[in-house]
Design a protein around this ligand. Structure first.
Ligand SMILES: [Zn+2]
Ligand SMILES: [Zn+2]
Ligand SMILES: [Zn+2]
Length: 287
């Protein structure tokens, strides 16, 4: 299985367009791995997790062909994870040629919101209606927590995320029968229910990808709708202790914001010392 991080930023990306904090100022000078677009992950060119505003331009910059994508898993209906403007170009009026069918999977609550966004963009494209699905040449799967479903050659299982309960957010376990990964974005620090759900899948992961939004935040005084560096370090240790990683399994952090963030190389040194790694835009791994 090959995975490519099309983007590794939070909703804000790095640098923020109008921010002059030290992280954003440094990113404008350093560029390279310090520039982060909104998070998305491409698996083997045919499965995409999230499709925010930056996913398409990132794919083009990295030489990846999104016409091969047959499945789009959406973690939740927040704007950094789904841009309806990309999807409406599938309708015939845009002259989109030789468009293969696409499966979109998300929770029921997220699908309703995605449908509303699409409908707001182009009338008649609400993906919760048969006519909307036909217009966009796609099928929809409502992801039930803990119930595996087939998506092409993959088996996918949605795990409940406590991030944005109004979206009924999902994290995803993706297996091709030989290799399994877990995409745990967006999420606060895992509660016991999440650990239990991971345990119940009976899976050893070659790679676990976790939310690192708030970076090296102080002990208190920050929101808990996302993980921070301390949460990721604790999760990495527990993943190993509970045997949830393969012997050479990776833990990667993504969805990094500008808050409490070090430049990439320094953040990576901190992460390595704490049992995990920091992803960057364009990172490709063969697992
Ligand atoms: Zn997000
Ligand atoms: Zn900033
Ligand atoms: Zn979110």
């Amino acid at each position: 299985m090959q995975i490519t991080f099309l983007g590794t930023g939070a909703a804000t990306a790095v640098p923020l367009p109008f921010c002059s904090c030290p992280t954003c100022r440094a990113a404008r000078v350093q560029v390279g791995k310090d520039l982060r677009t909104r998070s998305a992950l491409l698996i083997n060119d045919d499965l995409l997790i999230d499709c925010g505003a930056d996913a398409v331009s990132s794919a083009h910059r990295l030489g990846r062909d999104l016409t091969r994508v047959r499945t789009l898993l959406v973690t939740h209906a927040h704007g950094d994870h789904f841009d309806s403007g990309h999807l409406v170009t599938r309708m015939p009026e845009y002259g989109c040629a030789d468009t293969p069918p696409l499966l979109i999977a998300a929770s029921g609550a997220s699908l309703i919101r995605l449908g509303q966004w699409l409908e707001g963009e182009e009338s008649g494209t609400d993906l919760t209606t048969p006519s909307g699905r036909e217009k966009l040449n796609l099928t929809v799967h409502e992801v039930q927590v803990g119930t595996p479903f087939s998506a092409g050659k993959y088996t996918v299982t949605g795990i409940y995320s406590h991030h944005a309960p109004d979206c009924d957010s999902r994290m995803y376990l993706i297996s091709d029968g030989q290799t399994a990964i877990f995409y745990g974005v967006d999420s606060p620090a895992f509660g016991e229910d999440v650990w239990q759900a991971l345990e119940q899948t009976g899976t050893q992961f070659a790679c676990v990808i976790l939310d690192h939004t708030y970076g090296l935040m102080p002990e208190t005084g920050y929101p808990t709708d996302h993980m921070n560096a301390r949460d990721v370090a604790e999760a990495a240790a527990r993943l190993r202790a509970q045997g949830l990683l393969t012997p050479r399994g990776h833990v990667f952090a993504t969805h990094l914001s500008h808050e409490n963030m070090l430049p990439h190389e320094e953040m990576s040194a901190f992460a390595r010392a704490h049992g995990y790694e920091i992803a960057f835009d364009g990172l490709t791994l063969t697992l």
